[in-house]
Ligand binder design. Sequence first.
Ligand SMILES: Nc1ncnc2c1ncn2[C@@H]1O[C@H](COP(=O)(O)OP(=O)(O)OP(=O)(O)O)[C@@H](O)[C@H]1O
Ligand SMILES: [Mg+2]
Length: 231
Amino acid sequence: MSVITFANTKGGAGKTTAVLLLATELAQMGHRVTVLDADPQYWMSRWYDLSQPVARLNVIPYVTQSSIDRHLQEARKKSDYVLIDLPGARSPLLAKAIGLSDHVLIPIQGCAMDAQGGAHVLELLQYLDDKLGLKVPHSVILTRVNSMVTTRALLAVKGLLAQKNVDVLNVPIIERSAFRDVFDCGGTLHTMDLGRISNLDKARENARLYAEDVMRRVARTQQAAKSRNAA
Ligand SMILES: Nc1ncnc2c1ncn2[C@@H]1O[C@H](COP(=O)(O)OP(=O)(O)OP(=O)(O)O)[C@@H](O)[C@H]1O
Ligand SMILES: [Mg+2]
């Protein structure tokens, strides 16, 4: 069982899109997934209401700072993965969700100069480590990357983050209309019509590789934590 929080205090970084893609891919692979929707705009919950039931996937709306412990306790019993979608703002809920997580994913737009919202989250993670000795594994996921300049943008940002010892997922989320359309149409990339959505096959491949990358990271950090505890 893994709890993964998506955090960036700047709005529109691509958190909810990253949550939706991971949740639907994991469910497609056969894992039981619960999304705790703690964003007052409830995009995930709206998408869930719009969609036909997706096997093995549940979205819990109206998750707040006071209810998150209870919701998480419930979700743990019936999920392999719990994903937490947060609002794009600084809030006490952010620190709380981080404290409850096995891994934090920080979506940052690969093309944008302004990664400040991501930096806030990284500062908070450092603060929790320094003050409380709470080490929460975390990775940056580059989002909305232009497919034409993927390698250059990725290398530049990865280089910058590597200087600060920040892990970056190998697979970025590319800017694709399918990733927008899925919110409007409901359903998943796997139920969308190949003939009607442009580059849907590429979008599906991107989502699958991204989910596999996250699973590898989370498994690796959990293995490391187990070895530490056993030592
Ligand atoms: N990879 C992508 N390809 C195309 N559009 C994207 C992609 N990622 C995000 N978007 C679009 O960008 C906008 C913001 O994305 P999203 O809602 O995922 O960000 P967010 O970080 O959850 O925002 P908020 O802080 O408001 O919750 C949305 O309109 C979404 O459809
Ligand atoms: Mg959102």
